[in-house]
Design a protein around this ligand. Structure first.
Ligand SMILES: Cc1ncc(COP(=O)(O)O)c(C=O)c1O
Length: 402
């Protein structure tokens, strides 16, 4: 058995067992009628995919992928973009491009998706978990500062659920300490902070293009960089493709995986990039409606609002007043056919990471969010009737048990 991770939940220390979420609600016999997410297929996407097929431009080594990278550079106003196979791949590539590896610490928010932890462990760096600010979904600069070590080489921020962290303060913090600033924008593609897109504050940004994200390639991802670096493209192309180099085809100097995006995936997502403002307007409409409908429930706290720009959450999250309340509300919604998801179980409590030896760190704000939070269906084109139905179910259920 490896030094990290446990084989069964019973082996976990008591604090982790206590934090574990309840099993997922039972779906209705006919299945969920409203899923938690639905893919956004942009105008023009079908035609572009059909054209890629007609032209035989289906692999990663095609102009279709380059066109996506050019479009990302244009929309984000950055000099470098690399399309890849997933958000996880984007994180690994960014960490490698930033030369992060063994013996170095990476500050990681605990309230996020496991891919962030896996990528840091994947490059053999050491994750140092950071708590979110009280009542917030992201760590503040102060929370990161508390966890600085002599070996801190990089800081990752995840703009959790599409609510931006304090990008300007974090940028200044990283610059003044010579720390690489990596923005994981998987949940915040199109989100703005101080009139700039998030992903343009860091040295690197990483995104997932999985089907539940604001825009999608089915699966996929991309890395952006604000750095002007002549050899970055060559290095990224090699890291994403088994370490092949242009000079000697079958000579591999470094161990690398396969992180490539296909031409078909690129064709599907490219038109969506310029349609992001439309997607964000719709997220704003959905959030406004949820906020206004749910304000009559005293013990249900809606997710924090963007303090530096338009309120465009990736998913609409709420906090119940206890874990038990969350369980009851999620089951009531499931009974009516609405799919929901718990907030993340914080990374520092993940069974994959913890030994059975006992607690490693206590991050009370993330633990509290992870225990009480869940999110509601949120997707482009969601009708007002669906939002009303969800809110009505929450209000009625609350009445029943308060
Ligand atoms: C913050 C964050 N990073 C990374 C990922 C991983 O993306 P993928 O599933 O494309 O590897 C996700 C996925 O939801 C995410 O939310």
């Amino acid at each position: 058995m490896s030094s990290r991770g446990v084989r069964s939940l019973e082996q976990l220390p008591a604090d982790v067992r206590d934090a574990l979420p309840d099993p997922e609600p039972t779906p209705p016999p006919a299945g969920f009628s409203v899923r938690v997410a639905r893919p956004f297929i942009a105008d023009g996407a079908k035609e572009r995919v059909a054209k890629a097929i007609e032209d035989g431009l289906v692999s990663s080594a095609t102009s279709v992928v380059e066109e996506l990278e050019e479009e990302l550079c244009r929309v984000y106003g950055v000099p470098f973009a690399k399309a890849c196979s997933s958000g996880y791949s984007a994180l690994v590539l960014a960490l490698r491009l930033a030369n992060i590896g063994e013996g170095q610490d990476v500050l990681v928010p605990s309230l996020t998706m496991v891919a962030v932890l896996n990528a840091v462990l994947g490059v053999k760096a050491t994750p140092v978990f950071v708590d979110c600010e009280s009542g917030e979904l992201n760590p503040s600069v102060e929370k990161y500062a508390e966890k600085l070590t002599r070996n801190t080489a990089a800081l990752i921020v995840t703009h959790t659920y599409g609510v931006p962290a304090d990008c300007v303060a974090l940028q200044n913090f990283c610059r003044s300490r010579n720390i690489v600033f990596i923005e994981d924008i998987a949940e915040a593609i199109g989100t703005e902070c101080c009139e700039k897109l998030v992903g343009t504050f860091g040295d690197f940004a990483c995104a997932s293009l999985y089907a539940n994200k604001a825009i999608t390639a089915g699966d996929g991802g991309f890395v952006l960089s604000t750095r002007k670096d002549e050899v970055m493209k060559e290095r990224a192309d090699s890291y994403a493709n088994h370490g092949f180099t242009k000079r000697y085809h079958f000579v591999h100097l470094e161990g690398c995986g396969n992180h490539k995006m296909s031409g078909l995936q690129a064709a599907l997502v490219t038109p969506a990039v310029s349609q992001l403002p439309k997607v964000m307007d719709d997220r704003n409409r959905i959030a406004k409606r949820y906020r206004s409908e749910l304000q009559s429930i005293p013990h249900l706290t809606p997710m924090p609002i963007n303090k530096w720009g338009k309120d465009t959450p990736w998913v609409f999250g709420v906090l119940g007043d206890s874990k038990e309340t969350r369980k009851r509300l999620r089951q009531a919604l499931a009974d009516e056919g609405y799919e929901t998801r718990d907030y993340f179980l914080p990374l520092h409590l993940q069974p994959l990471y913890r030994t059975s030896a006992g607690p490693t760190v206590s991050l009370p704000n993330s633990e509290d969010m992870g225990r009480r939070g869940f999110y509601l269906p949120t997707f482009f084109g969601m009708t007002e009737e669906i939002i009303e139905g969800i809110c009505k179910c929450l209000i009625e259920t609350y009445k029943d048990f308060m």
